[in-house]
Design a protein around this ligand. Structure first.
Ligand SMILES: [Zn+2]
Length: 446
């Protein structure tokens, strides 16, 4: 039994200050109030920090962290776009053993925790051995990711995805051989093995999905979505690149999001990654369907994808969350700012959202949890695990902000150096060495 006293904690109704949070031995919140409990908690810790709910990273390809920042040198006169970046990514994918994948993922997940993420959805398609043959354990590489998450201390939702084709209707390319399942049944066998891998770690869950419309035949996308589990989140990339839209029109007679709206029963369980290019009709249909868009502004900016119509989508009532995708940036607040500032740069107005960052935090949290397969709209709830990121209350900018401006001061002004620590299920997983000398060794590892 543990009791924290924080300077303040952010809830749906605003800041609680001070905030007493009681935790049981399972890491669940048993007490939350401005008043100290009369009940005795043997462990008491007073923290001069401001608490937000831990962030959800709703879209990750862990192995791509192994090449982050390594595709930024462009030969003069060449057309270095998404598709040339993809070739570099394939070279990276072909070089990784499961052990390499685990090592890179441990580093990645530790850095996510250092930036305040407490949960990650791993959109995983690097399934097979280097020669393209399945491992004896079909979920060998998925298991490596689960082990990495357990070692780092982050919660993970493993989303093994179905990958079948090189492009719409074409054979897969040799450099994609590690990704491939030939049929929905092959994919479901992989999903079944992944289910066993998830059992290894108490903070692991399972999702499922399809890489994209270009990577799986339309009939098999429908079969996967309709015959697959009805209680797991379904993830799919959609409408990231203009060429992808053009190829989709040529092959299916329409664009990816329009096809998905017309052929799948989209609802809150579906998570469409990117959706960068939407017509008015698609934007309205998607918002109405209550499916979620997962925005990855760092990667989308890095790859030159385009700008998602966030302001219009939000005003139409659309759901969205955030992900780091290729991990070129790992700070959720930087991604929030990318999303907001792109809208401001287009509109020449500052008020993308009127509420000082609350919308950003709320959407990313509630819909990010759905991407993990967690239905919990409450920021901190009695009976739920205490997952949190704690910002340093000694920061002068935060102090001058006062309760009315504290959230925007954190969201628009912070990086990981302002974080005192990150808590998962009631335990400090990362804690800044400057504020916790006894944690120095652990911190240096980050
Ligand atoms: Zn992706």
């Amino acid at each position: 039994m543990k009791l924290f006293q924080f300077s303040a904690l952010f809830t749906e109704e605003g800041w609680i200050s001070p905030a007493y949070v009681g935790i049981n031995t399972s890491g669940e919140i048993t007490y939350l109030d401005q008043v100290q409990p009369s009940e005795l908690f043997p462990d008491f810790e007073k923290i001069d920090g401001y608490v937000l709910p831990g962030f959800q990273n709703a879209h990750s390809h862990a192995f791509q962290y192994g090449m982050a920042g390594m595709a930024e040198t462009h030969m003069p006169g060449t057309d270095d776009d998404f598709w040339s970046w993809r070739e570099a990514m394939y070279r990276c994918a072909l070089s990784f053993s499961p052990d390499d994948m685990k090592k890179v993922a441990v580093q990645l997940y530790q850095h996510m925790l250092r930036n305040g993420y407490t949960e990650v959805a791993e959109f995983h398609y690097l399934h097979h051995d280097k020669d393209g043959k399945p491992y004896a354990n079909l979920a060998e590489t998925g298991t490596a990711l689960i082990e990495a998450a357990a070692e780092a201390g982050i919660k993970i939702t493993l989303v093994p995805v179905f990958y079948q084709r090189g492009n719409f209707g074409t054979e897969f390319y040799p450099q994609q051989r590690r990704f491939i399942s030939a049929t929905p049944d092959d994919y479901f066998n992989l999903l079944e093995s992944s289910k066993k891998a998830v059992d290894y770690y108490e903070n692991a869950r399972l999702g499922f999905g399809v890489h994209s419309l270009r990577a799986v035949d339309a009939v098999d996308i429908i079969a996967t979505a309709t015959k697959g589990p009805t209680d797991l989140p379904f993830h799919i990339h959609a409408a990231e690149q203009l060429k992808e839209l053009e190829d989709c029109r040529n092959h299916l007679g329409t664009t990816p999001v329009d096809w998905l709206l017309n052929n799948l029963d989209l609802n809150e369980r579906f998570h469409l990654i990117h959706c960068t290019h939407l017509s008015d009709k698609e934007l309205e249909g998607l918002a109405r369907s209550k499916a979620n868009v997962v925005l990855c502004p760092g990667t989308e900016g890095n790859l030159g994808d385009g700008i998602f119509r966030l302001k219009e989508y939000h005003e139409a009532g659309g759901n969205w969350s955030i992900g780091t995708d290729s991990h070129i940036s790992l700070n959720p607040l930087e991604d929030f700012r990318w999303m907001d500032y792109a809208q401001r740069l287009m509109s020449h107005k500052r008020n993308t959202f009127a509420d000082g960052g609350k919308t950003l935090l709320h959407q990313a949290l509630v819909n990010g949890r759905k991407a993990m397969g967690v239905d919990n709209k409450s920021y901190f709830k009695i009976g739920s695990a205490f997952d949190a990121v704690v910002y340093n209350a000694k920061n002068l900018l935060y102090r001058q902000a006062g309760p009315d401006h504290l959230l925007p001061a954190i969201i628009y002004n912070s990086d990981s150096t302002n974080i005192l620590g990150t808590i998962v299920a009631g335990e400090w997983i990362f804690r800044d060495a400057e504020y916790c000398p006894s944690c120095k060794q652990a911190s240096l590892n980050y």
